[in-house]
Design a binder for this molecule. Structure first.
Ligand SMILES: NC(=O)c1ccc[n+]([C@@H]2O[C@H](COP(=O)([O-])OP(=O)(O)OC[C@H]3O[C@@H](n4cnc5c(N)ncnc54)[C@H](OP(=O)(O)O)[C@@H]3O)[C@@H](O)[C@H]2O)c1
Length: 331
């Protein structure tokens, strides 16, 4: 895979990255999560499984890896893999996130899976934890799911601390979620320190069902931010795994266009994201080696205006999209 830079950050990334949300803990919302892990939740088994997926991603040319404090032991699994394979910080780019604390107690079902708090105390604690685990490998530290209501973009002490971390050498990003990704990103683009934008990158949801953030992502890219696309497969809804009756006609359309391109629907959906001119990295959320291989086929798909026009009817309103996402079951 040809490498590129993440906006003006100077970090080197591959066009496809690997996210570890599905790999670090027993429970997640992606459709077939339990089956992907064979329901084996021993820490050692999950670590071995994560290492197998990381090996497949590395062999396929993936050089950006995305973790978070709240993804269970994802940062630990990534760190032990980097050490075991003797991968130096120069050979890879690693991002992580602060703002949610993992509270599921290594259970698939929990009363509360994670607790969100964008306070200075949480930033201090989690930044130290991430640095202790990932050390020199940590390149990019992102606010996890910044929203207007979380207040993080108005919290001067938190922003000052992020600027201090940046002055110390980390790159600083934010991730977005929910129907107001656009408004949140535009507010983030107004925050400057010493005449420079605070944020080096933005990570946002964009896929064939939810594209409302595209104009703001274009603006952010033009302003020099690196753009990381997440949930390009709508948490598994844009994969062969989705056999929901209410998605049948959309699935048939996806299969028709995929067949025409001689590819799979997951590769087609990832290719759509890769084709966006503002996208620096598109995350694969693969939970098995087979999914890594299938997702990487996106690089061979010829995405064109005709494919875009044929799949345009898949678009949902942001409100409908995020309502469905809110109801995905942890498994
Ligand atoms: N707020 C945030 O900052 C935030 C939020 C979400 C995600 N992220 C980041 O984005 C990354 C990717 O997002 P995501 O994993 O949530 O969503 P995604 O990429 O939309 O979905 C990935 C899921 O699709 C399914 N899949 C992929 N290829 C498949 C195939 N060939 N056949 C069948 N199923 C297939 C797998 O789920 P199943 O097999 O389980 O169905 C896989 O876990 C995460 O790992 C994380 O790093 C960040």
């Amino acid at each position: 895979m040809e490498l590129r830079t993440l906006g003006n950050s100077g970090l080197t990334v591959s066009p496809i990255g690997l996210g570890l949300a599905a790999l670090g803990r027993p429970g997640y919302i992606n459709l077939g999560h339990a089956a992907d892990l064979d329901q084996n939740y021993q820490v050692e088994a999950m670590q071995a499984h994560a290492h197998q997926i990381l090996d497949a991603a590395w062999a396929g040319g993936i050089r950006y890896f995305d973790a978070a404090r709240s993804y269970g032991r994802a940062e630990h699994f990534l760190a032990s893999w980097l050490a075991g394979r003797r991968i130096t910080p120069e050979e890879v780019t690693v991002g992580s996130k602060w703002g949610y604390t993992y509270t599921a107690g290594w259970q698939v079902e929990a009363r509360q899976h994670e607790v969100k708090e964008h306070s200075l105390a949480v930033l201090w604690r989690q930044a130290q934890e991430s640095l202790d685990i990932l050390g020199q490998h940590l390149d990019l530290y992102q606010v996890h799911s910044a929203t207007l209501t979380s207040g993080v973009l108005d919290n001067r002490p938190v922003l000052d601390e992020l600027a201090r971390l940046r002055a110390g050498g980390l790159k600083i990003g934010l991730t977005l979620s929910g129907p107001q990704q656009t408004e949140t990103l535009r507010q983030a683009l107004t925050i400057t320190y010493d005449g420079r934008l605070l944020f080096d990158s933005a990570q946002a949801t964009w896929n064939l069902l939810e594209q409302s953030a595209a104009p703001a992502l274009q603006e952010a890219s033009q302003a020099g931010l690196g753009i990381i696309v997440k949930e390009a497969l709508a948490n598994g809804r844009l994969t062969p795994r989705n056999d929901a009756p209410e998605f049948q006609s959309q699935r048939a359309l996806l299969e028709q266009v995929a067949a025409q391109q001689q590819t799979t629907i997951d590769a087609l959906a990832l290719a759509a994201a890769l084709a966006q001119p503002w996208a620096s990295v598109v995350l694969s959320g693969a939970a098995t080696a087979e999914q890594v291989h299938s997702n990487l086929k996106a690089l061979e798909v010829r995405w064109d205006d005709e494919a875009a026009a044929r799949l345009a009817p898949l678009l949902e309103t942001p409100e409908a999209y995020w309502r469905t996402r809110d109801h995905l079951k942890w498994n």
